[in-house]
Design a protein around this ligand. Structure first.
Ligand code: UT7
Length: 323
């Protein structure tokens, strides 16, 4: 049985850090409000001329180096983003060109904050079906470009960044027998469009549009759907919450993360939290969090990881991965 085994990961954050205090100097908000409601202390913001593809490229180069592989080894790039460089072509093809990868396929998936789990599931399926053997799965965003900086209810919540993992098809024998992506669960509910969307697009307004969110409503759905989907993906793979080594959740709000951890019965030290430093980076948040916990030595080969996220659509999902 073919498994998609993680070979390495990498991440990149823009240099510019904007703290809550920086925002409070420009708008009617406070460090106290932002930290209490979300756990966010700061976010990274891309420089002028720094695009999603640039962040994605740097994260990808680091992931390839960590995996000990070259771009020529890749035959698939799946890039999860809601903030592509251009309407088309896919930002993934820009990354493909910059990496110097000349074979295989590169495309984007769009599931906003659930994008990384969607991208991982798509890449895993293509690998399992023999359509690819070595894949780069990237989550990369420049949400600062689609924020309404006059709306304090949303603009303080998001940041820019990118993370990536390299997956490789393995036969599922020997030392890697139980490693890899073990199960995925994906869902969406298009009826919830109005609580989180961007009010523009090439076919509707001809503009890029700005992010609109009814935070309280999204919060309610997030708590319920995350609890359900983590149970679903564990059951699919025949595991229980007590078997988990790490929860690596989408980083939107510390209160949602804590709630999911509690429902799983996981102690806080088994939950990877980066929302304080990165804020909500949409599709990039899970691979960014993964990279932090792998590079600081917390996540080790053989650990059982649960990844989960929810965002605009609404779209949500979870993946169970033996690292
Ligand atoms: O990644 C995609 C998924 N997204 C999410 O998971 C987000 C889910 N939602 C949330 O995280 C929370 O709903 C928020 C953090 C967005 C908001 O927290 P909340 O506890 O739901 O606050 P609220 O929106 O109900 O606002 C409460 C008060 C309001 O004032 P009044 O009407 O009570 O006087 C807001 O005007 O806080 C006010 N407020 C602010 N005050 C200071 C809203 N934004 C700010 C701000 N600074 N930045």
């Amino acid at each position: 049985m073919i498994r998609s085994v993680v070979q390495g990961c990498g991440a990149y954050l823009p240099e510019r850090v904007v703290t809550n205090a920086d925002l409070a100097r420009k708008m009617d908000t406070s460090d106290e409000w932002i930290q209490q409601r979300t756990g966010i202390r700061q976010r990274h913001i891309a420089a002028d001329g720094e695009f999603t593809s640039h962040l994605a490229l740097k994260a990808s180069q680091r992931a390839l180096a960590h995996a000990g592989l070259n771009a020529s080894d890749l035959d698939l790039i799946v890039l999860a983003t809601a903030t592509p460089d251009e309407t088309f072509p896919a930002t993934a093809t820009r990354v493909q060109a910059e990496l110097g990868m000349t074979r295989g396929a590169a495309f984007d998936v769009q599931a906003v904050c659930a994008g990384f789990v969607y991208g991982l599931s798509v890449a895993d399926s293509l690998i399992k079906n023999g359509l690819a053997s070595t894949a780069l799965v990237i989550g990369a965003e420049t949400f600062s470009r689609i924020l309404d900086w006059d709306d304090r209810g949303t603009c303080v919540l998001f940041g820019d960044g990118a993370g990536a993992v390299v997956l490789r098809a393995e036969e599922g024998t020997g030392s890697s027998a139980d490693r890899g992506v073990l199960a995925n669960a994906l869902h969406s509910d298009g009826r919830q469009h109005d609580i989180l969307y961007v009010d523009g697009g090439p076919s509707s307004t001809g503009t890029t549009g700005l992010l609109r969110m009814e935070g309280k409503e999204v919060f309610k759905h997030a708590v319920v759907n995350m609890a359900a989907v983590v149970g679903e993906v564990l059951a699919k793979a025949g595991f229980e919450a007590k078997d988990l080594d790490w929860l690596v959740p989408h980083q939107a709000n510390k209160r949602i993360i804590d709630g999911t951890g509690r429902k799983l019965g996981l102690p806080p030290e088994r939950v990877v939290v980066t929302v304080d430093r990165h804020a909500n980076t949409s599709a990039a948040s899970i691979p960014l969090a993964l990279d932090v916990a792998v590079k600081d030595g917390r996540i080790k080969k053989g650990d059982l990881l649960l990844l989960e996220g929810i965002g605009g659509g609404l779209a949500w999902g979870a993946s169970l991965v033996r690292w």
